[in-house]
Every structure is written in C-alpha cells, then in structure tokens.
Design a protein around this ligand. Structure first.
Ligand code: SF4
Length: 436
C-alpha cells in the first residue's frame, strides 16, 4: 500500500481542500500517514496570505523532501497558484498543482513519470467559472464539519492576494452542498460550519439561489443540529438575512463578522466596502434578534497610513459594539497587492505594540462576555477530552466549556451551567440534569 502525507498551511478553506484530497487518495487505496513519517508522496497545501505564508510553504516542501528524498513532493494551494515558477524551483518539488484540478490530484501524481522534470500543472484561475467538485464525508477526530459552499472572491481588498490565488466567486451547486451535509449527518456530525473564501457571495454566479436559500436547505437535514458560518461580511447582515436566520433555530447565535478596522479612513484605504457605522448597524440587527449573540471578528493593526488616532478609533469602536473576541493581525505586506506599495508603512515595533494592546482589549471583552452568562444553563456540544481530563465543548454562542467527566461525552449535548471564566476564551461548566 502506497503512503501519502499531507500538510496544510493557512485557512479553513485550505483545510477543507486537504481533507477532500485525502479522501480521494484513500478511495484509491492509499494509506494516509503523518507528515513527519516516511511516505511515498507528500502534498503540501500552501498558503500565500502573507509573505511569511510563502516562506513557511517553501520550508515545508523542503522538509518533505528531506524526510524522504525518493518521494514525490507536490505543492498545491494558493502559493503554488500565484508563484508556480518559484515553487517549482524549491528544493525537492516535483509537481505544482495550485487551486485548480485538485479533483484530479491522484491521476496527476500517478501519471507523473519523469522525476528529472518538474511538472507545472498550474493554469489560469481568473477565467475559472465553476466550483471544483471536491467533497468530504468524514473528518478525522472532529465533531464539527466544515462544508465548503463557495470558492473565490470578487472583492479585491487592497491588502489581500486571495482573489488572485483563488479566482472569482464560484458557488457550489445546492444539490452538491446538500449531498455532503446529508452524508456528514449520516456519519454522525451534528454541527456544520458553512465555509468559503467569501461566504456572503454564495449564489452570485448561480441562478435562483443565495446564502439564505442554502442555509434554509441545510436547516432541513435531520441529524444536523447546529449551523455556523466561518466568516461573514457585515453588508450581508441586512434585515432579510437576520429575519431568515432567526426563523431557523439550528443557526447558532455566533457570527464571525469581519471588521478589519473600526476607522473609516483605514477601511476606505483597505477597499472594504462598508463604514464603521454600517458595521455597527449589522451588529445591532443581530443583537436585536439574538440577545446573547457572540460577534467575533478580525482586525488588522498597523495598516499603511494608520495613525495612533486611527488605531484608537478602532479600539474604541471594538469596545462600543461589544465584540466578544478579536483575532488581531499586525499588517503584513503581501507582494502583488496595492497595499504593499502604499506609502506610510507602519514600523514593525508600532504594529506589534498596537497588536498587544488590541489583544488585551479582546481578552477583556471576551471575559466580560463570558461573565455575563455565568450561572446560565446552556446546551453544550462536547468535542474532545483534553490532556488534563476535561471534556471541551462549545455553547451555541461559542463559549468554550470545560467539564470534568469520566463518561465519553464526544459528540454529545449536555445542559451545562456556565461557571467561572478561566482564561483563553474558556469557562468551567457544571452538569445539569437534562441531556439530549
Ligand atoms: S473579501 Fe477581501 S479580504 Fe476577504 S478574501 Fe476577498 S479580497 Fe480577501
């Protein structure tokens, strides 16, 4: 039996693509082994979201080659797509695939005969118009399934390389989404996260469907009890969207609503297409519908031209809207994007200082959010037992709950009384009588 090993860098979409490629290899009789093990084939699903992502991708490709110099090493994913020539020259790389043709990855590798030549199988992504049929049916050691519903982005935010790496918006056909969700439910998954590069664009390229419609369909699948989104654009959160979500109890009261900055000048320079006020209105709409809603977000600090005053505006805005968690990213210039060429780049020490200050605010907001729910009884879906013997699970509004139990709680719902906050977005929980 031939052995194949995978390594994924970057985002949830890349992780999904890796899982799907693993299933293709498993169906063809390959054994999937750890990346550190000796394998016949290594596939590194690369990332290019920052220049650091590029560097790490090259490092992992070299590492695969050193683990087994006789193996075939293939680079797939975003970095391979935007810089195929550079990737092809990386030590040990045999095949460069990119973000297209992953559905044929097994054939591409099996047909690769001449190891003295690097095969560059990357083709133009800009003209791609259909969603590549990659699918999954199970996920190793996980209870939450990511379901990719769309690919690509038409937005061109000034700091982001993704539209060049992933191409334009392509939505997965509703029947394909439904087949996958049903399959996952049959395999015991109770929670799905609808994911994509720009989820709010779902349906833009299809007739008679949109994000609301696909969520309504997923909501009908027996066995699926929770539906989440991997990220959401604030402009998508209009009244129609909120009313529709509220009518579906499986949709969790947790919305990762991308902010990036709370300062209008910076948002404009980023080519984000909303203002801080519009973001605030989206939050208010959600809060009116879901009193305990968790709004989590991403914020970039030290974007070119961001002054101390602009940064303070961002901090004050995050506090004002009551975000429950902020993922903080110091701006990292990405070659090939307009922002990388902007004047007034912010020095690294200033970026790091702002990042540390915003992380502190995020921790405070997170603690305040959890403290507000202390004493409440909430359903928790348990996922995994940690090394300290606690079961870890999440509430619908994404508070991580720890519970000491000798029972096997994996993939089980329990009603839990929310206890003390113990840091790191986590609370202790106490078991109540009712379980389902
Ligand atoms: S919306 Fe902006 S940040 Fe998100 S993938 Fe598209 S271009 Fe990148």
């Amino acid at each position: 039996m031939k052995k194949v090993a995978f390594l994924t860098l970057g985002c949830k979409v890349n992780m999904y693509d890796t899982e799907a490629m693993q299933e293709l290899f498993a169906k063809r009789g390959y054994e999937i082994v750890d990346f550190e093990d000796k394998a016949d084939i290594y596939i590194v699903n690369t990332c290019t979201v920052t220049n650091l992502g590029d560097k790490k991708s090259r490092q992992m490709l070299r590492r695969a080659h050193r683990t087994n110099p006789d193996a075939i090493v293939a680079a797939a994913g975003c970095y391979a797509q935007v810089a195929p020539e550079t990737v092809a020259k990386t030590e040990g790389v045999n095949i460069v695939i990119g973000t297209k043709d992953r559905a044929s990855v097994v054939d591409i590798i099996e047909n690769y005969a001449d190891k003295t030549k690097v095969l560059n199988a990357v083709t133009d992504i800009k003209t791609e118009r259909t969603f590549e049929p990659l699918e999954i049916s199970r996920l190793k050691d996980r209870t939450r399934a990511y379901v990719k519903i769309q690919e690509g982005c038409n937005r061109y935010c000034s700091y982001c390389i993704i539209p060049y790496a992933r191409g334009p918006v392509r939505s997965r056909l509703p029947e394909q989404v439904m087949d996958e969700v049903r399959r996952l439910a049959e395999n015991g998954f109770k929670e799905v996260v609808l994911t994509g590069i720009h989820v709010a664009s779902y349906g833009l390229d299809l007739k008679n469907t949109d994000l609301i419609d696909i969520v309504k369909q997923v909501n009908t699948v027996d066995g699926i009890e929770r539906i989440r989104f991997s990220s959401m654009e604030p402009l998508a959160v209009n009244e129609e969207f909120v009313d529709a979500m509220k009518a579906m109890p499986k949709v969790c009261d947790h919305f990762p609503l991308s902010l990036q900055s709370g300062c209008d000048k910076t948002l404009k320079n980023m080519n984000r297409r909303y203002t801080a006020q519009e973001y605030c209105e989206a939050v208010e709409r959600l809060r009116a519908a879901y009193p305990d809603v968790a709004i989590t977000t991403d914020i970039i600090v030290g974007f070119p031209g961001e002054t101390e005053e602009d940064f303070i505006q961002s901090i004050e805005f995050a506090k004002k809207v009551g975000l429950s968690k902020i993922h903080v990213f110091p701006y990292s210039p990405k070659t090939g994007t307009p922002a990388a060429k902007m004047k007034d780049q912010v020095p690294p020490d200033v970026k790091n200082d702002r990042a540390a200050r915003l992380i502190k605010v995020s921790d405070e907001l997170n603690r305040a959010f959890a403290d507000r729910l202390k004493g409440r009884v909430m359903p928790v879906l348990f996922e995994i037992k940690n090394k300290d013997g606690f079961w870890e699970g999440h509430t619908t509004n994404y508070i991580k709950v720890l519970l000491k139990s000798d029972e096997n709680l994996k993939n089980r719902f329990l009603d839990i009384k929310i206890g003390e906050y113990c840091g790191d977005e986590t609370v202790y929980g106490e078991k109540c009588e009712n379980t389902k």
